[in-house]
Each structure stands twice: as structure tokens, then as C-alpha cells.
Design a binder for this molecule. Structure first.
Ligand code: NZQ
Ligand code: ZN
Length: 388
């Protein structure tokens, strides 16, 4: 295990009915608030009206930025920054999924910054100041509710990039699993694939002697596997929704499950290049890429893949070679993603080979990616070709 520090300043307010405390928590931090939300799901669920009533009762002045796109766009973030400056906003409240929260974080970083907020996403500037923000999560997926990351798309340049700072950790996040009852079937699937993928990025590591971290990862994977279909069969299954939500937060909250472990994150890098150009759901892209990444890299540390097959999928490895056992675990992953309804090939999204070269090039723009196996451009291209 490597040396590490761990600090996570986000307060989690979890459980049924906690969305009745939006006004109370917001009023602790802000007087003039920018309410950021997406394309309308919070209106049809009634959450928008409930939130506004609470905010008004708490004496908070509200300005709104509606219509954050899935895969949030830089142009929208810039509108939010202008709005905050013009209205003297002192706190941002994001109500929605990862896209809404990420847009809110980018706005928070952009308001006090004199330059172009995109600088943070191209490594040209570091975030040194940010407005505080709080979130009300409506979709279990990214972990953005308890981490300092933001991912934004520059649609004009077909680039999708991440930035991060502890300053972007929400001061509070309200996690009421009931709010996820209305999440459509496909987004429940994509969110679950994303959660599992966050764990994979931390679990498939070359760092030795990390038994607790490995078991934490395995337990999240098993919990997601046990609960996705319960939520798909019965969208109002409280326990399933609650378990998925907590798995999502635990899977990517500043590295709690993988402290002292070198992470990989190559598959995320590759997926971001796909959704940058084709605007597909992040979890959908990961369902295609991850099993192919696994096939491509598994020989680097085959015992970890054997352990994965055994412990996560319950595959009997006796009588099998290491290679057979590892491939059985990878196959189980593919079959599970397919069974719950995720896409298996880029072609399922209507994506062909014409932008492969560009995606591979952009993925390694700042150098080779990954650590389990360090991937150069040709490796990324090979994984994309396996994914066609
Ligand atoms: O826009 P609305 O109307 O709210 O609808 C959304 C959207 O269409 C809908 N939805 C959300 N909650 C709902 C709901 N519909 C009905 N009922 C509800 N309760 O779901 C759709 C997808 O929402 P989105 O926020 O885009 O999904 P997700 O949470 O998966 O976020 C994806 C974005 O997060 C980034 C991804 O790249 C992508 O841009 N990521 C952010 C990370 C982070 N900040 O740490 C890490 C991730 O790896 C990821 O890269
Ligand atoms: Zn992800």
C-alpha cells in the first residue's frame, strides 16, 4: 500500500424525506442562490416546486439556470458564470444528476476567475477559489455529489475534459433515494454501469498488498449487481434505490475505497473521447469500452482478474487455467451489462470507424494514459477497434 492522505469535507444528508430539508441546508450557506437544474425532470417530478417553496420559506433569494444538458456544455457554464456575477450570487444549488452538478461546479470555479473557465480543463490554470455549492442528487451514477471533479464538453471543439479541486466538493449533498424513483430504465442502467466502472478503475491496479481496498471494491460491485435488476423491475423499490445511491457515492468520493492504491482511469479517458464527439450517455460508452479494455490488459496482472472472477462473480476457478478464469470474469461482466440492457458495441450507437484515429489521438493528448497497462495511441486505437 502506498502512503496517502484522505480528506472529504462534503456533508451527506441521506435518506427518505431528506429532500424536505433543501431550504434549511441552503439557508445555512447562501442568501442569493443560483439554482441549477437540467431539462425538466425536476419539474415533472414535483421536486422543483417543493424546492422553491422551501427556499422561499427559508428566506433565500433564487436565480435560476435551467436546461443543463446531459454531458454539460461549456457555453451553458459560461451563461451561469455571467448570471452569478450579474446577480451577486453567493451560493450555488444543483438539483439533478452528474451533469447538473458538474455544470454547477464549473460555474463555481469560473465566477471568481478572471480568465476563461476552459483554462481549468486544459491544464492552463489551477482552481484557486470557488463559490460554495450544495447538491440534491436525483440520479445514482457519478459520485459528483461527494467529490471535487467536474467534466464539461466543449461542443464546438468536440472536446470533453475534466477538472478538479477540493474547493469544488459540495458543502452538503442531500441524497433522498425516493428522488430516483423516476429515473428512466436506461439511465438506471447507465448509472449502474458508471458506478461499477469507477470501481474497476481503482480495483485493477498494480499496487500490491491492499486487501481492504480490494474488498471494499468487490463489495460495491456485488451490491450494485444485486440491486440493479431489483430497481429495474420495480423502480420504486426503496432499498434497491438506496443501495445504488450509496454505492454511487462510495465508488467515487475522493478515493476512499482506493486510498494508497494507484488508479487507472484509461477507460474513462477513452469514453470521454467518444461522448465528446457523439454525445452518447457516459455509462453507455463505458459498457462498450470497459470489457474490451479488460480483454486488452488482463495479462498485466492476471491474478487480479482471477480474483475478480472468483469473488465478484462466484466463478469456480478450480480446474481452469488462470487465463480461462480471467476471461470467464470478463465474459460475466459483458453478459451482465448486456442482460440489464446496456449497449455492447459502438455500432449500437450508430458509431463507425471514421473518427477512431482522432479519438485515439485526443485520448493521449497529454501523454500515455492508464497505469495497469500504460496505453499509447495505438493501444487506445486497438481497444476502440475491439469496441466497433
Ligand atoms: O436533465 P434532466 O431533465 O434532469 O434529465 C436527466 C438527464 O436527461 C435524467 N434524470 C436525472 N435524474 C432524473 C432524471 N430523469 C428522471 N428522474 C430523475 N430523478 O437523466 C439524464 C442523464 O442525467 P446526467 O446528469 O447526464 O447523468 P449522470 O449522472 O450519469 O451524469 C453524466 C455526466 O457526468 C460525467 C459524465 O461524463 C457525464 O458528463 N461524469 C462526472 C464525474 C464526476 N463529476 O465525478 C465522473 C464520471 O465518471 C463522469 O465522467
Ligand atoms: Zn464515470
Amino acid at each position: 500500500m502506498n502512503n496517502f492522505q484522505f480528506h472529504n469535507p462534503t456533508r451527506i444528508i441521506f435518506g427518505k424525506g431528506t429532500s424536505d430539508s433543501i431550504g434549511e441546508w441552503t439557508a445555512k450557506y447562501g442568501k442569493t442562490v443560483l439554482l441549477v437544474y437540467g431539462g425538466g425532470s425536476i419539474k415533472s417530478s414535483g421536486l422543483y416546486d417543493r424546492a422553491l417553496t422551501q427556499l422561499e420559506a427559508a428566506g433565500v433569494k433564487v436565480h435560476e439556470l435551467a436546461g443543463i444538458e446531459p454531458n454539460p456544455r461549456l457555453t451553458t457554464v459560461k451563461r451561469g458564470i455571467e448570471l452569478c456575477r450579474a446577480q451577486g450570487v453567493d451560493f450555488i444549488l444543483a438539483i439533478g444528476g452528474g451533469s447538473v452538478i458538474d455544470a454547477a461546479k464549473a460555474i463555481a470555479a469560473g465566477v471568481p476567475y478572471k480568465g476563461d473557465v476552459w483554462d481549468f480543463f486544459t491544464n492552463q490554470a489551477r482552481i484557486q477559489e470557488a463559490l460554495p455549492l450544495g447538491t440534491v442528487l436525483t440520479l445514482a451514477a457519478t459520485g459528483s455529489e461527494m467529490n471535487g471533479n467536474t467534466v464539461v464538453s466543449n461542443w464546438e471543439e468536440k472536446l470533453k475534459r475534466g477538472a478538479g479541486s477540493p474547493l469544488l466538493n459540495p458543502v452538503f449533498s442531500i441524497l433522498d433515494p425516493v428522488l430516483t424513483y423516476s429515473v428512466p430504465r436506461n439511465q438506471t442502467v447507465y448509472g449502474s454501469v458508471d458506478i461499477m466502472s469507477h470501481v474497476f478503475e481503482q480495483y485493477f491496479s498494480l499496487t500490491p498488498d491492499t486487501p481492504l481496498q480490494e474488498r471494499l471494491c468487490e463489495s460495491i460491485l456485488q451490491t450494485v449487481i444485486e440491486n440493479v435488476e431489483l430497481a429495474l423491475d420495480n423502480p420504486e423499490h426503496y432499498e434497491a434505490r438506496a443501495n445504488l445511491m450509496w454505492c454511487g457515492t462510495m465508488a467515487l468520493n475522493g478515493g476512499l475505497i482506493s486510498v494508497g492504491v494507484r488508479n487507472d482511469w484509461a477507460s474513462h479517458g477513452i469514453e470521454h473521447e467518444i461522448s465528446a464527439i457523439y454525445d452518447i450517455p457516459h455509462g453507455g460508452g463505458l459498457a462498450v469500452v470497459f470489457p474490451n479494455w479488460m480483454k486488452y490488459v488482463h495479462k498485466e496482472r492476471i491474478d487480479r482478474f482471477v480474483q475478480y472472477a472468483e469473488r465478484v462473480w462466484g466463478i469456480k476457478t478450480e480446474g481452469k487455467s488462470q487465463e480461462e478464469a480471467a476471461l470467464a470474469g470478463i465474459q460475466a461482466t459483458r453478459e451482465f451489462f448486456t442482460r440489464i440492457g446496456a449497449e455492447a458495441r459502438l455500432a449500437d450507437f450508430g458509431i463507425g470507424s471514421d473518427q477512431l484515429e482522432r479519438m485515439a489521438e485526443e485520448a493521449v493528448r497529454y501523454g500515455p494514459i492508464g497505469s495497469f497497462k500504460v496505453l499509447a495511441k495505438d493501444d487506445v486505437k486497438a481497444i476502440l477497434e475491439l469496441s466497433l
